[in-house]
Design a protein around this ligand. Structure first.
Ligand SMILES: *Cc1c(COP(=O)(O)O)cnc(C)c1O
Length: 219
């Protein structure tokens, strides 16, 4: 089933949109099934599970960290991560920079934006993102490369609300992209999951994170 599912996405997602196969809580064999069908980008949300999988699965997998990242787990994941989607505080951004510097690499990151109606979700509101990107302190961080933003729509069946959230994420991306200190590398809009990825793509997503409709239910 996983092979058919991943094939369906690889064949149907438009050019220019990257597929992150969200494999959290699924076993290594599930990842290998998708890998054998050609998928190379996998997303995980728990640090220990992330590292276990990264150490034992093929080297050419690009591992994305998509969940809330606790500061005490940064050192653990950093050698293995290719993109962190979930930078949700200035403290975390600085810590990732300092840790990356320590191991002599530059790490690609996305800033997590909060637009959803739930107030439990992590992330920056749009105004905070603008001042963060403009700040001299951020500009001085040389071991993180801010590649774009990641957002989630409200957890609701209300399609209008979901679309409004995606429009707000895209609008913020465009505002940030127009700032003078933003370069060409700022290009990723990570939004869209199993239930809403088509709407996300319609509103400008170029990276979708799909879990349950590839790997099945996690519970
Ligand atoms: C789990 C998760 C996903 C995947 O969600 P599905 O509904 O299973 O596709 C995407 N993004 C984040 C941040 C997640 O934690």
């Amino acid at each position: 089933m996983i092979r058919q599912n991943i094939r369906k996405y690889l064949d149907s997602i438009p050019n220019g949109v990257e597929l992150v196969a969200v494999s959290k809580f699924h076993p290594q064999e599930a990842i290998l099934s998708a890998y054998n069908e050609g998928q190379r980008i996998f997303g995980e949300s728990r640090a220990n599970e992330f590292v276990d999988k990264a150490k034992s699965l093929p080297d050419d997998i690009k591992w994305h960290f998509i969940g809330h990242l606790q500061t005490n787990k940064v050192r653990l994941i950093l050698p293995h991560v290719s993109l962190i989607h979930s930078i949700d505080s200035e403290k975390l951004l600085t810590l990732v920079n300092n840790e990356a510097k320590r191991i002599n690499r530059v790490v690609d990151v996305l800033l997590q934006i909060h637009v959803a109606q739930e107030d439990t979700k992590y992330g920056f509101v749009p105004e905070e993102l603008i001042s963060l990107i403009k700040s001299e302190r951020t500009i001085s961080l040389k071991n993180v490369q801010i590649r774009g933003i990641m957002g989630m729509a409200s957890n609701t069946d209300d399609t209008n609300r979901i679309e409004r959230d995606f429009i707000a994420i895209k609008k913020t991306f465009d505002t940030l992209k127009a700032l003078p200190n933003i370069g060409d590398n700022f290009s990723i809009i990570s939004m869209g999951m199993s239930d809403d990825y088509l709407l996300a793509i319609k509103h400008g997503s170029n990276m979708v994170r799909i879990g349950s409709s590839i790997f099945g239910c996690r519970y």
